[in-house]
Design a protein around this ligand. Structure first.
Ligand SMILES: Nc1ncnc2c1ncn2[C@@H]1O[C@H](COP(=O)(O)OP(=O)(O)OP(=O)(O)O)[C@@H](O)[C@H]1O
Ligand SMILES: [Mg+2]
Length: 244
């Protein structure tokens, strides 16, 4: 393993292509006809760790790839697959790393090779934190808010209402457990922001159950929390009102 970590030995493991990255960890292409997102791109340019969170299909990965394309080589790690870190180390010729050391070896590899890193499809802060190098540029995508320390978090909002957005929201909606789906539909008929008590009264449910479900909708980026109240983005409310 020392060749990758220190660059001192003969380097039996060599990869052609971008930045010496094994093919399956090279950055995919962003959409051919990428549109909008200038404000988000400017914010990502600030560097450090950026988390892009938002509902399924809203365009998190596309945005990350658009930005990373300009930086040349980078490392793409899909956290949704089984054992992504172990796979990556194996692909770099580091197959003898003990499971407990995998995250540290990964960080060391990323730091030494100065890889710009895309951690795609994260589902928790616990999954991501051990993989973050002490310095360097990392973009994380997640359907959940991760609230990572020392990271900027960008809520990726739907682009415009062109019909496609509604289709994309459907992807999130069909994955909701029944209670969340029912509250999603009910709350959409509230004229303005609403609180847990109001929703519990309309739904005929206990406040604590309602609170958990609303928090879940916030985590899935279907609702926004403002102080003690919740509100919908207009496009999301319009989507929720189409559901029965
Ligand atoms: N700014 C954009 N310009 C053009 N196409 C886009 C843009 N954003 C997203 N798309 C397209 O919309 C689709 C969904 O985008 P993407 O895969 O980035 O969603 P996502 O938020 O990463 O979803 P998931 O949570 O399922 O990973 C893709 O086909 C992507 O190419
Ligand atoms: Mg994605």
């Amino acid at each position: 393993m020392s060749d990758v970590l220190t660059g001192t030995t003969t380097g039996a493991v060599r990869f052609r292509g971008r930045g010496g990255v094994p093919p399956q960890f090279q950055l995919p292409e962003p959409p051919r006809h990428f549109v909008g997102r200038q404000e988000e791109l400017a914010r990502i340019r600030a560097g450090g760790v950026t988390v892009l969170s938002g509902p399924a299909g809203v365009g998190k990965t596309a945005l990350a790839l658009k930005w990373l394309q300009d930086r040349g080589s980078g490392l793409y790690v899909d956290l949704a697959v089984r054992e992504p870190v172990e796979d990556l180390l194996t692909a770099f010729g580091l197959s003898d790393v003990a499971a407990d050391d995998a995250a540290a070896v990964f960080r060391s590899l990323v730091t030494r090779r100065q890889f710009t890193l895309l951690l795609d499809n994260a589902d928790s802060a616990e999954q991501v934190t051990p993989l973050l190098p002490a310095s360097g540029t990392v973009v994380v995508t997640s359907r959940e808010r991760l609230n990572l320390a020392q990271a900027q978090e960008i809520d990726v909002e739907p682009l415009t209402d062109d019909g496609r957005i509604q289709q994309l929201l459907d992807l999130s909606y069909v994955e909701l457990p029944e209670r969340q789906a029912r509250l999603y539909r009910l709350c959409a008929w509230q004229p303005g922001p609403f609180d847990v008590q109001a929703v519990a009264a309309i739904a005929g449910e206990h406040e604590c159950d309602v609170e958990d479900a609303l928090d879940d909708l916030v985590e899935k980026s279907l609702l926004t929390e403002v102080g003690d109240a919740f509100r919908f983005h207009d496009l999301v409310r319009a989507h929720a009102r189409t559901k029965r």
